[in-house]
Design a protein around this ligand. Structure first.
Ligand SMILES: Cc1cc2nc3c(=O)[nH]c(=O)nc-3n(C[C@H](O)[C@H](O)[C@H](O)COP(=O)(O)O)c2cc1C
Length: 191
């Protein structure tokens, strides 16, 4: 079993990354393989609405000059998917939006490629807007027939500068509980 985490922050190793890593650590402890991919420094433009994915139905984005096709493939191979984003103007980062649009469209064009995989959203925020980001990320899972796993609070961690998040005790506990619940659910599904 494998869980893939994708961090949409422009800052590698920042708060979103650290929150995701806390979830992954719990999964690791439960013997589940994990991988964290950082979108920082990578160009992830949005969908150009060419609809070629619906014509070709080959599980690939027709815009084949960036990391999206690799991400689609990695998601397809994973049993669980974590999407992490910082809060940027009360919404997901532009990179995460690009990933959602293109991986989501290719999935829809190919009969919901991530159907019944387990998904969870993780959000870093300084002050406000995180609930909207959480909802935006969850929209990716729910439209694609995925199963969302919950935690002891909404999956949000509070901090501004990289590392601040470690001081948010409740946020870290939420991530650990999320990892634990995700491992439990994956083991129930894949027995
Ligand atoms: C472009 C930009 C927009 C932001 N907008 C918000 C916002 O709407 N609300 C908020 O509370 N914090 C906002 N922040 C702060 C980040 O969400 C916060 O610093 C977060 O911890 C960053 O996560 P990271 O370390 O993973 O990049 C913004 C930061 C940037 C760079």
């Amino acid at each position: 079993m494998k869980v893939l985490a994708i961090n949409g922050s422009a800052r590698k190793g920042g708060n979103t990354s650290q929150l995701l890593q806390n979830v992954l650590d719990e999964l690791d402890n439960e013997g589940i393989e994990t991988e964290l991919i950082e979108l920082a420094g990578k160009s992830v433009p949005g969908c150009i609405a060419c609809y070629k994915c619906f014509e070709k139905k080959n599980q690939r984005c027709a815009v084949d000059n960036d990391i999206i096709n690799e991400m689609i493939e990695k998601m397809r191979e994973s049993d669980g998917i974590l999407l992490g984003s910082p809060t940027y103007f009360a919404d997901v980062s532009a990179s995460m939006k690009g990933l959602i649009e293109r991986c989501g469209m290719v999935s829809r064009a190919n009969g919901d490629m991530y159907k019944r995989k387990v998904g969870a959203a993780v959000v870093a925020v300084r002050r406000a807007g995180a609930s909207h980001v959480f909802s935006s990320l969850n929209n990716f899972f729910t439209i694609g027939q995925m199963i969302i796993v919950g935690s002891s609070y909404w999956n949000i961690g509070i901090g501004k500068d990289p590392g601040d998040i470690t001081k948010d005790e409740e946020g870290i506990k939420t991530m650990k509980d999320l990892g634990h619940n995700m491992a439990w659910l994956l083991k129930k599904i894949h027995g």
